[in-house]
Design a protein around this ligand. Structure first.
Ligand SMILES: C[S@@+](CC[C@H](N)C(=O)[O-])C[C@H]1O[C@@H](n2cnc3c(N)ncnc32)[C@H](O)[C@@H]1O
Length: 368
């Protein structure tokens, strides 16, 4: 009997059964402050196969727990979530028990299930993070597991990321968390050019959702940098026009490279306009976003004192009445003061988020 060869290449083995345990527990990590928007996306994307755990005062910020009884594929499409982990409980007193045959096989099976929904070569390395990861037991477990699943064992980071922690519940035991993707979901395939101050794509996605995207939108991203808010706008759905502007040539090149690597290369136009002087008619834009210089890595506070009021004024000129403007900034006092001194924009919402050690805010404004 001749053995059938597996087709070569990066094709995912979609025909195989994913690890679809009924009501499997998962944890999604999101930027702190964006939990509500991510919960809505999870509920919408996973439909009737998901049950979100009720938020409680004891929840760790930035963590959303849910059970799901279907394939892993839809979870890989989540856009406001940084990473999804499958959570498996082990009723064991100590991690040493994981070296026992049955538990060891269970970990291997779960890993095999995750790998099945990705191309053959998606995972090359394994990293296990755990309190006491330097202990002899955990080192041995990690090495034996890496050998069994044929991945290179790495001491700092890996495509296959596992986390072992004591269970929080009253039943005790240990939880193994398996990241279901070889890279965080926040790492987008279109990101071929990075620039200092580029926005995390999951946060950009949430900001664009805050403009209530509609297919007829003329959407404008002021100071677009590497194009994150432009690409993520189209990832939310179609728009009539998507326009970005930035005064910095290098930033525009970076945006052009990212846009070319995205699915939306012919649907975004870039301009060298100054955000204080746009070549657009009055009341011509339906939705706006901006990630203006925070004054740390990009720009300075002194420049922002002049820049911000002029941008708010010019944005108000081009915005249609009722249009939404979502603006992320670390210049919180300045923005609050400017908003209190004008009447063109009404503050609809103000959301504090955690981002790379900073706590900027997203201001959602509506043109009066
Ligand atoms: C924080 S970065 C934007 C990063 C962007 N969201 C991304 O993901 O790459 C701020 C951008 O504002 C641009 N900028 C500063 N002043 C500007 C102005 N007056 N008009 C247009 N762009 C400006 C800078 O060149 C820089 O690219």
């Amino acid at each position: 009997m001749s053995k059938k060869k597996r087709p070569a290449g990066r094709r995912a083995r979609r025909q195989s059964t994913p690890p679809a345990a009924a009501h499997q527990l998962y944890e999604a990590s999101v930027a702190e402050g964006l939990e509500a928007i991510a919960r809505r996306e999870i509920a919408y994307t996973l439909g009737n196969k998901v049950t979100l755990k009720r938020p409680s005062a004891h929840d760790e910020p930035g963590i959303i727990r849910f059970t799901h009884s279907g394939s892993l594929y839809p979870m890989l499409r989540l856009k406001t979530v940084q990473a999804v982990f499958l959570v498996e409980h082990f009723a064991i007193p100590r991690p040493r028990a994981l070296l026992g045959d049955a538990y060891f096989r269970r970990v291997q099976d779960t890993i095999a299930g995750i790998r099945r929904v990705h191309p053959d070569d998606a995972f090359q390395t394994l990293y296990l993070s755990a309190a006491g990861e330097a202990s002899n037991v955990l080192q041995r477990f990690r090495k034996e597991l890496a050998r069994a699943v044929k991945l290179a064992d790495r001491p700092d980071e890996g495509d296959l990321l596992l986390r072992l922690r004591p269970s929080a519940g009253p039943q005790g035991g240990w939880d193994m968390l398996y990241r279901i993707s070889p890279r965080p979901l926040a790492t987008r395939d279109w990101r071929v050019c990075n620039m200092e101050g580029a926005l995390n794509a999951t946060v950009a996605h949430a900001i664009t959702l805050m403009t209530d995207p509609q297919p007829y939108d003329v959407y404008l991203n002021l100071a677009c940098g590497s194009g994150t808010l432009l690409i993520e706008r189209l990832a939310c759905g179609p728009a009539q026009k998507v326009i970005g502007c930035d005064t910095d040539e290098e930033a525009r090149h970076c945006a052009a490279a990212n846009i070319a690597a995205s699915e939306y290369s012919d649907r975004i136009t870039l301009h060298d306009w100054d955000a204080r002087q746009l070549d657009l008619p009055d009341a011509s834009v339906d939705a706006l976003t901006a990630d203006l210089p925070f004054g740390h890595l990009v720009g300075s506070h002194a420049e922002n004192v002049r820049l911000y009021p002029a941008v708010l004024q010019e944005a108000a000129r081009v915005a249609k009445p009722g249009s939404l403007f979502a603006l992320i900034t670390h210049e919180i006092n300045l923005t609050q003061k400017l908003l209190s001194e004008q009447s063109a924009w009404r503050l609809q919402a103000e959301q504090r988020i955690a981002l790379g050690g900073l706590y900027p805010r997203i201001f959602v404004l509506q043109r009066t």
